[in-house]
Design a protein around this ligand. Structure first.
Ligand code: MLT
Length: 325
């Protein structure tokens, strides 16, 4: 009799799982953002949440779980129920955390399902309003004269701002003093207030401050200039003297490992629809973002992309001797 009941229970369980997938999503979906509200990752996630509402037919809630360069939020999703209702928006931090954090509680990409790349996000080098340098050549001299007295803000070990700052210091062959925050939104407040000197920040968050003349802009961190009014005179750092300097941030969408394929397919389809939303494209392009429409939206290609970035950044981080126990 036991065998029969076990069989019946198995069939019933399988049936309810299939039903759950078929009805997905039948309640709100949560996107974990591993950085403070108001920063670039948060802005991009909220933009995406708005565009996902229609294709998912459900509310999409943002949960800012912050700290440790974005790894606390990522760990929360790695441990979440693999049912499609808890997702993660993160960026190159997904690829860099394994090299930086020796006691990381999750594996990348093994502990996640990659749903697709969202965008490419250029960054800019910005300074406090009272900084005594009005272009990159003057900034270079100011940095040489001040060395470790220069406070370089970032969003914690492994954040895009931290990695860009790492590359910037090694390109200048100098060491500045890192000032970590739980996101570049609080860092921006201190930069505008003059409590810190410099920051590598994603254009999506820097453009409004540059337009408002609240910070100084010294250069674009990728190899192409940005066709935005606020940045029309901003050179790339490569043009300005740091030959071939190139830091490009990207954002992706992730679910916990083991999320059923039928649910992943629905989420990926909703992501593709959201990224075609003309309102989203207009908002993102006005902030310098390039919305992904190519094969990197495919989960398998995105997974391969994360693995390639993980290898690339591991070398940069090893060469810089950066890590956290
Ligand atoms: C980063 O620096 O990693 C992010 O831009 C931080 C943030 O989104 O606040």
């Amino acid at each position: 009799m036991n065998k029969l009941w076990r069989h019946v229970a198995g069939v019933a369980l399988a049936g309810s799982a299939t039903l759950a997938c078929a009805n997905f999503p039948d309640k709100p979906v949560t996107i974990v953002v591993p950085f403070a509200a108001g920063g670039p990752t948060d802005k991009i996630a909220r933009d995406l949440a708005e565009a996902l509402r229609k294709p998912l037919g459900q509310t999409v809630i943002i949960d800012n779980t912050i700290g440790a360069g974005g790894t606390i939020g990522a760990a929360k999703v790695a441990r979440a129920a693999p049912d499609g209702y808890t997702l993660l928006v993160s960026h190159i931090g997904m690829a860099t955390a394994p090299a930086l954090y020796r006691k990381l509680s999750y594996k990348v990409p093994e502990d996640f399902e990659t749903l697709g790349l969202i965008n490419e996000a250029p960054s800019v080098l910005i300074g406090k309003p009272g900084l005594a340098a009005n272009n990159f050549a003057e900034l270079r001299q100011w940095i040489a004269a001040n060395g470790t007295k220069v406070n370089l803000a970032n969003a914690g070990l492994g954040s895009a701002s931290h990695l860009c700052g790492l590359m910037f210091q090694s390109a200048l062959k100098t060491t500045m003093t890192p000032v970590p925050y739980k996101g570049t939104a609080p860092a921006m407040t201190d930069l505008i207030g003059g409590q810190v000197d410099l920051m590598c920040e994603q254009a999506v968050n820097a453009v409004p401050q540059i337009e408002g003349k609240k910070v100084k802009v010294y250069g674009i961190t990728s190899l192409q200039r940005l066709p935005l009014p606020a940045l029309k005179d901003a050179p790339t750092l490569s043009e300005a003297g740091l030959k071939d300097f190139n830091v490009q941030v990207w954002h992706g969408l992730y679910a916990p490992k083991g999320t059923p394929p039928a649910v992943l397919a629905k989420l990926n389809a909703a992501l593709r629809t959201a990224l075609k939303d003309p309102e989203l494209i207009k908002r993102e392009e006005a902030l310098g973002l390039t919305v992904v429409t190519d094969e990197r939206l495919d989960p398998a290609s995105h997974r391969k992309f994360v693995e390639t970035e993980k290898t690339r950044w591991a070398k940069v981080i090893k060469d810089a001797g950066e890590y956290a126990d």
